[in-house]
Design a protein around this ligand. Structure first.
Ligand code: ZN
Ligand code: ZN
Length: 364
C-alpha cells in the first residue's frame, strides 16, 4: 500500500507557511476528530501529516527522502513523540484544561492493557452447611453454571483456524476515542465494537459456539470445607470462575459459607456455649452432671455450693481454628432450678434445714 503524500493529505503546498499548514490541519481536525463523530483512522492520518510538516527537521527529511526514506528514519511513534497538538485542540474546543494527554498517548496509549488480557469474571456460590460440618470440616459437591472455552474449537471460535485481523481496530481489539469533558479533552480507549475486543475476524465460525469461542457449562466441583469455618466466611477456589472473552484467564470462584444454627450449641468465634440447669440440691451438695459436647456426652463435675449462672470452661472442647491445631473452648453456664412446687414432706425437711442453718450462723 502506497502512502498518501503528507502535503496532499493536508491540502497544502511544499512552500506553504507554518501558519497555513496549521490552519489546514485545524480545519481537517474539526471534521475528522473522533469526538465530533469523525473517522479515527482519517484523524490519525491528518495528525501524522501535521506532526511531520510542522516539525522543521522532520519536514526536511520528508522533503528530501519522501515516504520511504522518511519511514526508514522515523518510526510511527517517533513521528508523534513530542509533537505539539495541545494548542490546536485548545483552539478547536476552547477548553481551559488543555488536552488530557499527548497525541502520542492518544494513538499509542499509555495503557495498552487490552480487553483480552483481562481475567474472566469471578463467581460466587452461597453454601449452607450444618453446624457440625463447620466444626469438623467436610467436602461438598456443587454444580455451578460458568463460561468455559468451547471444546470443539478450543476457544478460537473458528471452524478451521482461518482467522484474520479485525479491520476496524487492526487487530488491537480497541479503538481510541477523544471526548470532551469539563476537564478538557480526554482520551478514551474503547473496546472495538466490531470484534468485541478480540481483534479477530473469524472467516468460518465454529458451529458449536457460533464463533464466540465460549460455551456455558454446568460444572461440578468438589469443595473442601476446612474445619473451623464460620458463618459468612469465603473460600476462594482459584481459576474456577468464568473465562474471559478469549476463553482464557478464568476468574476465581468464591464460596460463601452460611452455617446453620445448632439446637444446643451457640458459637462465639471458636468457643461454643451451652446452658444447663441443675437442681438446687445438686447445687448445694455438688455432684456430676451429663452434658453434650461436639464429640458426644461427657461428665461435668459440679462442686458443692455452686451458684446459679456459674460458668464452667472445658478447655479445647470448642471449634478448631482454620488450618491450625488450636481449638476454642466450651463454656457451660449452670442455672440452678428452684422447684415451684414441693410436697408436705419436702417442706418439713426444708424447714428443718432452715432451722439448722440459722443455728449454724448464729442468727438467733
Ligand atoms: Zn467453538
Ligand atoms: Zn476490532
Amino acid at each position: 500500500m502506497t502512502k498518501k503524500d503528507y502535503y496532499e493529505i493536508l491540502g497544502v503546498r511544499k512552500d506553504s507557511s507554518k501558519a497555513d499548514i496549521k490552519k489546514a490541519y485545524k480545519k481537517l481536525a474539526l471534521k475528522y476528530h473522533p469526538d465530533r463523530g469523525g473517522d479515527a483512522e482519517k484523524f490519525k492520518e491528518i495528525s501524522e501529516a501535521y506532526a511531520v510538516l510542522s516539525d522543521n527537521t522532520k519536514k526536511e527529511t520528508y522533503d528530501q527522502f519522501g515516504h520511504q526514506g522518511f519511514d526508514q528514519r522515523y518510526s510511527q511513534e517517533d513521528i508523534f513523540r513530542n509533537a505539539n497538538f495541545q494548542d490546536i485542540f485548545s483552539e478547536i474546543f476552547g477548553n481551559q484544561g488543555g488536552f488530557g494527554g499527548s497525541i502520542f498517548d492518544m494513538f499509542f496509549g499509555g495503557s495498552r492493557q487490552g480487553h483480552r488480557e483481562q481475567r474472566g469474571s469471578d463467581l460466587q456460590y452461597e453454601m449452607e452447611i450444618e453446624f457440625e460440618e463447620a466444626a469438623f470440616g467436610t467436602e461438598k459437591e456443587i454444580t455451578i453454571p460458568r463460561t468455559e472455552a468451547c471444546k470443539k474449537c478450543d476457544g478460537s471460535g473458528s471452524n478451521d483456524g482461518e482467522i484474520e485481523n479485525c479491520e476496524d481496530c487492526n487487530g488491537t481489539g480497541q479503538v481510541n476515542r477523544i471526548h470532551r469533558s469539563i476537564f478538557g479533552m480526554m482520551q478514551q480507549i474503547m473496546v472495538c465494537r466490531k470484534c468485541n475486543g478480540s481483534g479477530k475476524k473469524i472467516i468460518n465460525p465454529c458451529k458449536e459456539c457460533s464463533g464466540s469461542g465460549l460455551t456455558s457449562n454446568i460444572k461440578t466441583i468438589k469443595v473442601k470445607i476446612p474445619a473451623g469455618v464460620d458463618n459468612g466466611n469465603q473460600i476462594r477456589l482459584s481459576n474456577e470462575g468464568n473465562v474471559n472473552e478469549e476463553g482464557k484467564h478464568p476468574g476465581d470462584l468464591f464460596i460463601i459459607v452460611y452455617v446453620k444454627p445448632h439446637k444446643v450449641f451457640r458459637r462465639e468465634e471458636n468457643d461454643i456455649h451451652i446452658e444447663t440447669s441443675i437442681s438446687v440440691i445438686k447445687a448445694i451438695l455438688g455432684g456430676e452432671i451429663k452434658i453434650p459436647t461436639l464429640k458426644g456426652n461427657t461428665k461435668l463435675k459440679i462442686p458443692s455450693g455452686t451458684q446459679s449462672h456459674t460458668l464452667f470452661r472445658l478447655k479445647n472442647e470448642g471449634i478448631p481454628y482454620v488450618n491450625s491445631k488450636e481449638k476454642g473452648d466450651q463454656y457451660v453456664k449452670v442455672l440452678v432450678d428452684v422447684p415451684k412446687k414441693i410436697n408436705r414432706k419436702q417442706k418439713e425437711l426444708l424447714e428443718k434445714f432452715e432451722k439448722e442453718s440459722k443455728k449454724k450462723f448464729g442468727l438467733f
